[in-house]
Every structure is written in structure tokens, then in C-alpha cells.
Write a protein that binds this ligand. Sequence first.
Ligand code: NDP
Length: 390
Amino acid sequence: MAKVLCVLYDDPITGYPKSYARVDIPKITSYVGGQTAPTPKAIDFTPGQLLGSVSGELGLRKYLESQGHTFVVTSDKEGADSVFDKELPDADIVISQPFWPAYLTAERIAKARKLKLAITAGIGSDHVDLEAANEHGITVAEVTYSNSISVSEHAVMMILSLVRNYLPSHEWAVKGGWNIADCVQRSYDLEGMHVGTVAAGRIGLAILRRLKPFDVKLHYTDRYRLPESVERELNLTFHPDAESMVKVCDVVTINAPLHPETENLFNEALLAKMKRGAYLINTARGKICDRDAIARALESGQLAGYAGDVWFPQPAPVDHPWRTMPYNGMTPHISGTSLSAQTRYATGTREILECWFEDRPIRDEYLITKGGKLAGVGAHSYSVRELTKA
Ligand code: NDP
């Protein structure tokens, strides 16, 4: 029997919800491109429930305990005295989420002698040292596509909110003002602007598709070109690298995984190449941007706005400059963990566990590493080097 160690974010400070704003959520059975939504044999939760926090337990307790497994759920993940560190040495499976990542560093992996499977309940497994995972033969899997559309919607919202100066204008309304000039002195239309994405994978392409009706000029850069039919449909301009793309864009959105090629990509030098007054939206990973260079670019006016939900480390310290830098639209890491997304990634986590325990193959599109090397979607989109340290 296995010990499953699961790290989730805390419940709401008002307590685990007793009721919800909506009675149901749309049933999504497949995604653009044909991949089906997760298909476990059963689920033990109501879709739309809060599953990503400690009391939600990803809806897994009944299933795991009925099979005789031990299930430990905690939010306490930092430091040698944390529940995570204490429970890790004899855990067979670790489940974690990018929103509240249990960083599986090489040191922790070395101590986790029984660990065989690390599941990311969501997308993005950069909180796992993939090199160490490979050395120890640990399978890493994530629930590909589960929250890609959630993030794309969030990124579009952030683009519009920055360009139109929504957040400061809302604040004027809340504090009783009618200060129209204060609100609009930084407010523009998105129409006609050049918008580019670094990476046009599931999220990047979904953002491009969602932005098309806004009559903007769309650009992208990626390691591989999209099919010609897609480039034509969206009237896309391809750029061989981020540098050539950012030079011509008014809005740039980052949608690549964090790996050695993208770590610190948006540093002082690349930010200096952007159009003055551009907007940068990063819902991919905090470490793709240089923390202090971003704050400086906002202060100097090189960037007109920066928004996103990803930081390093997570949770971000209270004095992290992105909390207070000017013209920011930051939130905690929430874009991929709407209640709708939680239903899908909890369902996908259940599917991966069922496959593991029943000795059935995990879908290729869920695999990041297997048998000591990058596999499945991991082999396509990642490269390996340690990224879990500051
Ligand atoms: P996909 O794997 O579908 O797409 C990633 C794309 O990035 C691929 O097209 C890949 O290229 C491309 N890419 C990789 N390296 C580079 C590079 N150096 N330059 C340009 N493009 C590159 O993943 P998703 O779109 O679903 O997710 C993307 C990332 O978004 C995740 O890895 C994760 O970090 C983040 N994310 C954030 C969430 C949140 O809540 N904020 C939730 C979900 C994901 P190719 O495959 O062609 O090699």
C-alpha cells in the first residue's frame, strides 16, 4: 500500500465554503485539438467545489483510503520542521500544485527514498528538480490542458485591465470619487495594437484566438512554427526569437514553461529592447522575468504596466517588490485554479493515480519524465537543469 503526500494551499480565512456563488459549472469533455478531458473511472466530489485547498483534498481521500493507501494532506511545506519535510522520507507519491508549490529540490529528492511518482495537480512541473527526478527514476506527470483555457482567459483579462487602466479606475469608484481624468490619463484602446506571445502552445495559442476579435495585430515566437493554416487564420506574424518580437509589440504575453532557455529571459537587456510604454503580462512563471529589472522598468516608464500571477518563490514574501511597484496588476497565483480548473485537474490527478495503481500507462500527454528521462509532453516542451533554487 502506498503513502500519498499531498501539498495544497490553505482554506479560505473565512473557513471552507458551505455554499458557492453558482450552482453548477459547464461540463467540458474535450479541448481544442481533440484531447479529451480527464476520464477517471469515478470522482468523489461535486464539480465546482473548492478542491485545491487543504480541506478540499482534491476529492481524493475516499478513493485512496478505500484502496488501503495512506493519504496525508498539508499546506505546511517550508523548512525542516514542516509537515512536508517530516512526511516525505517514506512517501511513495507526492502531489503538489504550482500555486502553492512543494519544491522538490535535489536535497529533498535524496531524502525521499521511496518516492516513485510526483504529480502536478495543474500544469508546470518546474517546482520539481527534473534532473534529480531523472537520476532517481521518479515519474513526473501533470494534468496537461486542465487549466490552459483558465489561464488564457486570465491573461486576456489582464491585458485589457492594464491597457484600459481598469484597476486604478475601480479604486476611484470604491473610494467615492468621480475622478474621470485621473482614471483616463493612462487609459487606451487595445484596438490596433501589436500583441505578441512568447510561446504559442496551448495557452499562448488560446490567447491569440481570444484576442483576434479585438482587431489587434498578432505576433508570436516559439521553438516550432504553428501550422500555416493557423498562421493564416489568425493573420500571425512569426518571429524567430523574443528579441525581434518585443521590438514591435505594444503588449507582450509570456506563455512558455520555465526551463533553462526561458529562465531570466526578460532581463534588463530584453526589457530595454521593448517599445517604450509596452505592457508585459506574465502568467507563465515568475523566474522568466528578472524581479528587480521589471520594477525598474515600471519606475522609468519603459514598461507602462506589468501584470501576472506568478512569482518566485511562492508564496511571495510580503516585501516582494512586485506587490508595490507602480502600474502593476499582480494577483497571487490564481489564474489556473478557478473552481472550473480545479474540477479538471482534480479529475486528472485521480486518472493518473488510477493508472499508476492499476499498472496502466499514464497518458503520454501527461508525462514530463519517466524512466530516467524527459518523456511525453516534457520531452517536447522542457529541457533539464535545476531551477528550484533562488
Ligand atoms: P504547452 O506545453 O502547451 O506550451 C508551451 C509552449 O512553450 C510550447 O509551444 C513550447 O514550444 C514553448 N516553448 C518552450 N520553450 C520555449 C522557448 N524557449 N521560447 C519560445 N517558446 C518556448 O503549455 P501550456 O501552454 O499549457 O502552458 C505553458 C506554461 O504556462 C506552463 O509550462 C506553466 O509554466 C504556465 N502555466 C501557468 C498557470 C497559472 O496558473 N498561471 C497554469 C498553467 C500553466 P514547443 O512545444 O514548440 O517546443
